[in-house]
Design a protein around this ligand. Sequence first.
Ligand code: HEC
Length: 163
Amino acid sequence: MRTFFMGAIAALAMGSVLMISQGISPAHADGHAVIEKRIAFMKNDILKPFLTIKGFVKDGKGSAADVAKAAAALSAAAGGIVADYPKGSGRGDHDAKVTRALPKIWEDWAGFEKAAGVLGAEAAKLASVAAGGDAGAIGAQFGMVGKNGCGGCHKPFRGEKVK
Ligand code: HEC
């Protein structure tokens, strides 16, 4: 009985030590948690509103008001992109199959932050253009969001996909 009790305590203690170490540094263990988190953020908070807008521009889906709403959400989310890039979480430290984040992100952190700011600004501009309701102007500004916003960061900071 006593040994069982001690064993149970030891197991509990080990469990909490594990939980604490995971809580403190999700980037360590193998570093994949933070990579998965930022990719999920990119898909849910960045790509989703982007596709809503694309649906309006390319296929006439939804309304200009939907575009304004999605563009405002995209602009707000842009500020969150850089949050999940601790040093050591890119290529060079991890297999190229796991992450497309290039070491240049940490060599030029200011440039990376600036690129996120450009997406924020282009998307905010799209929100105000969309409020005007002109489909042609919306299409043109959507092009800027893709080229300067997404492209302006992916080109220098994201590597080729590796399978
Ligand atoms: C400030 C930089 C930055 C901006 C702006 C940015 N991205 Fe990304 N994005 C990245 C990086 C870096 C990765 C790779 C992350 C990784 O693999 O760890 C990435 C990954 C992604 C992914 C995950 C799947 C994949 O192909 O790697 C999607 C989807 C994506 N971006 C879409 C977009 C779209 C759409 C926009 C514009 C609306 C955008 N991104 C703007 C930096 C950015």
